[in-house]
Design a protein around this ligand. Structure first.
Ligand code: SF4
Length: 209
């Protein structure tokens, strides 16, 4: 389970290689529900895709075809293969201003052609992940992630009154963090015993009537 900030092809791949299943909220998950996003014709997510020919069809009914691939390296050195697409004919399109982004480009808009760069691997991972995220299991895990991960910070900072480290240096700060985690875990265990929740790892989803 991870929040949207952790979504990347590298992370999806790492999780898969380690025999685990990712439940990561896609980075565009919240924004993708907004009308502005859904109406944004420049986005590949809003174009039709033809699998047989590997082409996207734009708002103007034109085809964006593959022109090549390019290797891109992430900051951590991870290699991504991106497929490049180019529209067959943007010349007389009335949608250019909405479709082609990049206001600082030196080439005038009239002379520009719509291009896309897409990692098929990433798209595949995101699509599969999205199905899991919106499933009952995904919703339960997401709720628990936010309670367990974010809640711990709140408990340590607000309930335990921890505002700043007393020590300096990596080793000392690490040791202090371990003590904090120990204290928090003890509190958590105590609460679980009191509430009869021992052995229960997940809070169940409350369904509205
Ligand atoms: S600018 Fe090109 S890709 Fe965009 S809608 Fe017009 S024809 Fe299609």
């Amino acid at each position: 389970m991870a929040d949207a900030g952790y979504e990347s092809e590298e992370n999806y791949g790492f999780i898969e290689k380690n025999g685990q299943i990712a439940f990561i909220k896609p980075a565009n998950y919240e924004i993708s529900k907004k009308r502005k996003y859904k109406n944004d014709i420049s986005r590949v997510e809003n174009m039709d895709y033809e699998k047989d020919t590997d082409t996207y069809i734009c708002k103007n009914g034109k085809r964006l075809e593959v022109t090549g691939t390019i290797n891109r390296k992430s900051r951590t050195g991870y290699q991504m293969v991106k497929t490049q697409y180019q529209c067959e004919d943007c010349k007389d399109s009335n949608y250019k201003a909405q479709c082609i982004k990049g206001r600082n480009c030196k080439t005038p808009l009239e002379e520009r052609t719509k291009r896309l760069e897409i990692s098929k691997e990433f798209m595949k991972y995101r699509k599969e992940d999205l199905v899991r995220i919106v499933s009952d299991e995904g919703i339960e895990l997401r709720i628990n992630r936010s309670i367990q991960a974010e809640g711990s910070f709140a408990q340590i900072k607000q309930d335990m009154g921890f505002r700043r480290y007393l020590t300096r240096g990596t080793q000392n700060v690490l040791a202090e963090s371990i003590f904090l985690a120990l204290g928090n875990n003890m509190n958590k265990l105590h609460r679980k015993i009191q509430n009869g929740r021992l052995g229960k790892y997940l809070h169940s989803v409350k369904k509205s009537a």
